[in-house]
Design a binder for this molecule. Structure first.
Ligand code: ADP
Ligand code: ASP
Ligand code: MG
Length: 417
């Protein structure tokens, strides 16, 4: 007997038929004698619809009311999942964030989980009742509903698994695991049987949407064995033997991975915008004057490059932000022009970031050079480069995204087993 958390994403609860299918996976685990907590996302497309409604109601809306609106999607799917489980003879009830309670910090719309009080859930699980928890939501210190940022149900699930001391957190989605790159872009992408926490953290933060970044952080900190698998497979046939794992990808400690690859995966993000300040006066304090206001406005700056301008006396500064922050960042920089002398400010949202990730890079030289060479051969111009110990990121024209992903995927033999 084990305690399991089973999370179902939007496409896995898209309609009643899919909810019934997901419920059969739950029933299988209950019948195997496990204590089960289920975390559900809103039905596919529902959160997007609710976000659009808030924007339409007012471009500048109160984040607390946004949370009240968008959290409703998970309330519906949790209730429906409980009803369907009951109809199959499985004892179940739904739980909203505030009912548990799952407490968050005060950052409405991008809240972090502060604490989960699991007492009632543990009592019910011991009575063999399935707890169906609405993902993506909790209760903030102001006693109001808070949401955890897009994709946040993954984080609800991993945090719940940590708090409940669950043996595993199964993330059921529309792919049967984590692939070497997004299988929607490269059909030759391969499923990875294991990925180290650190690599998954890079892949998620560099654009692989399969897991929310914070869920991977939590899994790493609390050592939660997180298993990404498909909800679309036959529930009854995906019964694994004792100790075996069914088809999927285990996110685990690096030590558990025997065969370490040089490069594990390629991630991409089109959610990027680039701002260049040309011929900025070159004196101490200029970088602080530029990036201070952005940080005060909670704008995350990602890549930064500063180099000497053509005339040798001034400098050019280029940085990237998410597309959502682009207009605000441009506006803040324009406002700086009285304080910091610069010739011009140019921005573009027609860029994408493509990244090569692998813990094997720590001990191997030449991975970056190979990437630059291959992209040059395809005529793809690199606008910015950043690196860390286990990743290389390049900024390119958005139209070249798919070609760059496929090119990089092929040069490191990721399409070969
Ligand atoms: P859910 O609704 O279940 O949370 P998401 O859409 O958030 O599902 O995440 C699953 C999707 O992530 C897949 O359909 C796939 O297109 C995308 N994806 C991006 N990169 C990867 C990757 N490296 N491996 C697997 N899926 C990926
Ligand atoms: N429904 C939320 C979203 O679409 C949370 C999630 O699916 O994880 O972002
Ligand atoms: Mg998701």
């Amino acid at each position: 007997m084990s305690r399991l958390v089973m999370k179902f994403g939007g496409t896995s609860v898209a309609d009643l038929e899919r909810i019934r299918h997901a419920a059969r996976h739950v029933k299988r685990e209950v019948e195997a004698g496990n204590e089960v907590a289920v975390v559900v996302s809103a039905m596919a497309g529902e959160t997007n619809r609710l976000v659009a409604l808030c924007r339409e109601a007012s471009a500048l809306h109160d984040a607390r009311e946004y949370d009240a609106v968008v959290a409703s999607g998970e309330q519906v799917s949790a209730g429906l999942m409980a009803i369907v489980l009951q109809s199959m003879g499985v004892d179940a009830r739904s739980w909203l964030g505030w009912q548990i309670p799952l407490r968050t910090d005060a950052a409405h719309s991008v809240a972090r989980i502060a604490d989960i009080d699991c007492r009632i859930l543990l009592e019910r699980l011991a009575q063999r009742q399935v707890a169906v928890v609405a993902g993506f939501q909790g209760i903030a210190p102001d006693n109001r509903v808070a949401t955890l940022g897009r994709g946040g149900s993954d984080t609800s699930a991993v945090a719940l698994a940590a708090a409940l001391g669950a043996e595993r957190c199964d993330i059921y989605t529309d792919v049967d695991g984590v692939y070497t790159t997004d299988p929607r872009i490269e059909s030759r992408a391969r499923r990875l049987s294991k990925v180290a926490f650190e690599e998954m953290l890079e892949m998620a933060s560099l654009g692989a949407k399969v897991l929310q970044v914070r869920s991977v952080e939590l899994a790493m900190v609390h050592g939660v064995r997180t298993f990404v698998r498909s909800s679309f497979e036959n529930p009854e046939a995906s019964r694994a033997g004792p100790g075996d794992l069914p088809v999927g990808t285990l996110i685990c400690d690096e030590d558990e991975i025997v065969e370490k690859q040089l490069v594990t995966g390629i991630a991409y993000s089109r959610d990027e915008a680039k701002i260049t300040l040309r011929r900025v006066e070159d004196r101490p304090g200029v970088a602080a004057a530029i990036f201070g206001p952005l940080s005060d406005a909670a704008i995350n700056v990602d890549m930064i490059v500063q180099n000497v301008s053509e005339d040798g006396r001034t400098t050019d500064v280029t940085f990237t932000v998410t597309t959502a922050d682009f207009e605000r960042a441009l506006h803040l920089i324009e406002n700086l022009r009285g304080e910091v002398a610069m010739e011009s400010v140019v921005g573009s949202a027609d860029v994408a970031k493509v990244s090569v990730i692998g813990i094997g890079m720590r001990s191997h030289a030449g991975v970056a050079a190979q990437a630059f060479e291959a992209l040059a051969q395809r005529g793809i111009n690199i606008q910015l480069i950043t690196t860390s110990e286990i990743k290389i990121s390049i900024l390119i024209d958005v139209d070249s995204t798919e070609l760059a992903v496929r090119t990089l995927h092929s040069i490191y033999d990721l399409d070969k087993t």
